[in-house]
Write a protein of this length. Structure first.
Length: 678
């Protein structure tokens, strides 16, 4: 084998111990549409003879060049090893997908099949080496067509000459045996069996004619005798009658043959037309996929790969059932939110009301922020439709914090230890935004309506469309950013920012303080800081607390209220630093609340059903979404896909084996696990 040749074998059904060589039939396939005739002939021929093991050989050229996004090629020796390995893997995957139909043909006949990819520039030598290595004595190949203007040796004849003498080589053309090179151990075999039936009538007519000639000549070799002459004439009459009958039958057979041939030609033309349409459609799909892959590769090389999926307007309309009112889950000043479903994944889509400059700026800013950053307590952006200013988010089952505080639709109240935890979660997300690189982010519109809760009441900040991205060097304790057009929601807007237009991270700290006070009291934000401050001064804090949250711990609750009041100071410089002063207190109170919750629980709750893997029936460690729309544990689904090409749930064939990490479910599982640990 040359230095450039490489044998890549993939088991597709054989046992670990290979069967004896004399029980294996090797079939060389090019992957073209003619290959199915070769495989089908081999199955029809050798399955009846008792063979149940087939080996499909495919020779692909040695990879010496790699295409670039500009359309040219560069030698493989001039690219990095990881890029070369990725390109080799992509080529191998494409060839495997190309050969899957032939593997299915073998599987349908209940035989075990092995697909072997051999990387070589010499097809005949590569096939011969594999036959010789495994001592296989049956090889089926496609018969090559030879041009009348060329005297060059065909590929099939080269393969026959190169194969070892112990192997019989069968050349198949259009589903029929074209030629055979027997092995040394076989006797010469006649290939005229197929024509025995059609020639029987001709042989009968020939014998009749021969007998008639003999009888006629013999009648004149003897002396004239009236009786014998009469008998001779009566034999001749019978023969003429039989000949005429044969002529009539022959004309009938010819007519039937002509009719059948015409029907065959019509059917062949129809099949050709249908096949051409299917091939054209397949070529268009393949071209579209290759174009998209090239675009992704070019974007990756340029460092501008999108971190979100681009949806079409038609997909948005279909997923929302043409924006059905039954799927509307929220409507604000800037847009309407609908519950929707994309490929068995529930999501929420926000559609901006107008397309003016301010709305477009808000859309672009939110798209830019959420597509570049990830945090467990920031809403995850799944995709967008830039043409219509639509954003698609993960779906949060328990709605907004505002709805839960007022117990919209008579939902169960949030317990006090959940409220302690939510205060810390919101604070940690704000610290992350303020320290984002290369530019820090000030939310500017933080309020309970923009804090969403998932099925486990884990909070995530959303609606960052009004945020401001500023350089990190001005996000110090004393620095600020001058905004001539203050935005936000009344009662949550920083008073100093509202008065002077100067925004800083301390503006988000003010809003966080108001939200914490609402978590404690469950009351509206209007004048809430003044009311809580008076209650603490008069030792009436317990009268202000939301009694539906359970038995509040007095000392810890008062500490949390005091931190919140410091955050709501009128001047920015009087407010504490979020990362160094506020967040440590919130984290300490969160830990206290978790211990209290653990003591209150008799036993940990069972995991939700969607946390368990359909294969393992256990809580998933690394959930991934397969193409069938179901979520599996990565280790379990990868082991499944190494052996099967069907869905573990639906048992239907899978078009591909790509897996998409389900970060939303992973966050929920991690939160559930942290809540069940003692």
């Amino acid at each position: 084998m040359n230095m450039g040749e490489k044998n890549i074998e993939k088991l597709g059904g054989l046992n670990e111990l290979p069967p004896p060589a004399y029980t294996i039939c090797a079939v060389a396939i090019s992957g073209s549409r003619k290959s199915k005739y070769v495989v089908n002939w081999a199955l029809e021929k050798f399955v009846l003879e008792g063979l149940t093991y087939f080996k499909l050989l495919h020779i692909r050229p040695v990879i010496s060049r790699i295409p670039t996004p500009m359309g040219n090629f560069i030698p493989i020796s001039q690219v990095r090893d990881d890029i070369a390995a990725a390109f080799r893997k992509e080529v191998e995957w494409q060839v495997t997908e190309k050969l899957l139909p032939y593997k299915r043909m073998c599987s349908q006949r209940k035989v075990q099949v092995e697909i072997v990819q051999i990387e070589s520039d010499d097809v005949a030598t590569a096939i011969s080496a594999n036959i010789r290595k495994y001592k296989i004595n049956k090889l089926v190949i496609g018969a090559s067509s030879r041009s009348i203007f060329s005297r060059a040796q065909t590929l099939s004849s080269k393969i026959s000459e190169c194969c070892p003498p112990f192997c019989s080589v069968y050349a198949v053309s259009k589903g029929k045996l074209s030629s055979m090179r027997p092995s040394d151990s076989e006797t010469n075999t006649s290939f005229g069996d197929d024509s025995s039936d059609t020639s029987s009538s001709t042989d009968n007519s020939s014998s009749l004619i021969s007998s008639s000639q003999t009888a006629f000549s013999s009648s004149f070799n003897h002396k004239p005798d009236p009786s014998s002459q009469k008998n001779a004439l009566s034999g001749i009459a019978n023969i003429n009658f039989e000949l005429e009958k044969l002529r009539i039958e022959l004309r009938h057979i010819r007519g039937m043959y002509a009719m059948t041939q015409g029907e065959t030609i019509d059917a062949s033309r129809k099949d050709c037309a249908e096949r051409e349409v299917a091939e054209r459609k397949e070529a268009e799909i393949r071209a579209s996929r290759e174009t998209k892959e090239k675009e992704n590769l070019e974007n990756a090389l340029n460092g501008c790969l999108n971190q979100y999926r681009q949806f079409t307007w038609e997909e948005i309309v279909s997923a929302t059932l043409s924006f059905s009112d039954n799927l509307k889950i929220g409507m604000g000043a800037y847009g309407t939110v609908y519950k929707c479903s994309f490929q068995h994944t529930t999501a929420a889509v926000k559609i901006l009301h107008a397309k003016d400059a301010s709305r477009n700026k808000q859309f672009q800013l939110e798209l830019e922020i959420l597509s570049q950053i990830r945090h467990p307590h920031l809403l995850i952006l799944l995709g967008a439709c830039p043409d219509r200013s639509c954003l698609v988010y993960e779906f949060m089952e328990n709605g907004s914090l505002e709805d839960r505080l007022i117990r919209k639709n008579n939902t169960t109240p949030l317990l006090w230890f959940d409220r302690f935890r939510i205060a810390w979660e919101v604070g940690s997300a704000l610290v992350f935004l303020h320290n984002a690189k290369p530019k820090g982010i000030i939310h500017r519109d933080l309020k309970p309506a923009n804090i969403l809760l998932d099925r486990n009441y884990v909070s995530k900040i959303g609606d960052v469309g009004l945020s401001t991205m500023v350089n990190s060097d001005i996000l110090s304790l004393s620095a600020a950013y001058n905004d001539t057009a203050p935005v936000g929601t009344l009662c949550y807007i920083d008073p100093e920012y509202q008065r002077t237009g100067v925004v800083s991270p301390k503006s988000d700290v003010y809003a966080l303080g108001i939200i914490i006070l609402q978590l404690l009291t469950g009351k509206p934000a209007i004048a809430l800081a003044h009311k809580v401050e008076n209650a603490i001064d008069n030792d009436h804090l317990t009268e202000m607390l939301d009694l539906e949250a359970g038995g509040w711990p007095i000392e810890e609750t008062k500490n949390l209220a005091l931190v919140a009041l410091k955050c709501t100071e009128m001047r920015q410089r009087d407010r504490p630093d979020l990362e160094d002063e506020v967040l440590p207190v919130l984290e300490k109170l969160k830990d206290f609340a978790e211990k209290a919750r653990d003591l209150a629980l008799v036993s940990p709750p069972p995991p939700p059903k969607h946390f368990t893997c359909p294969i393992l029936n256990e809580v998933m460690a690394d959930p991934c979404v397969a193409v069938d729309g179901y979520t599996y544990d990565r280790v379990a689904i990868e082991a499944w896909l190494n052996e099967k090409d069907t869905s573990p749930v639906t048992e239907l064939p899978l078009p591909h084996k790509f897996l998409t990490p389900n970060y939303t479910l992973l966050s929920a599982i991690m939160e559930w696990k942290s809540g069940t640990q003692t």
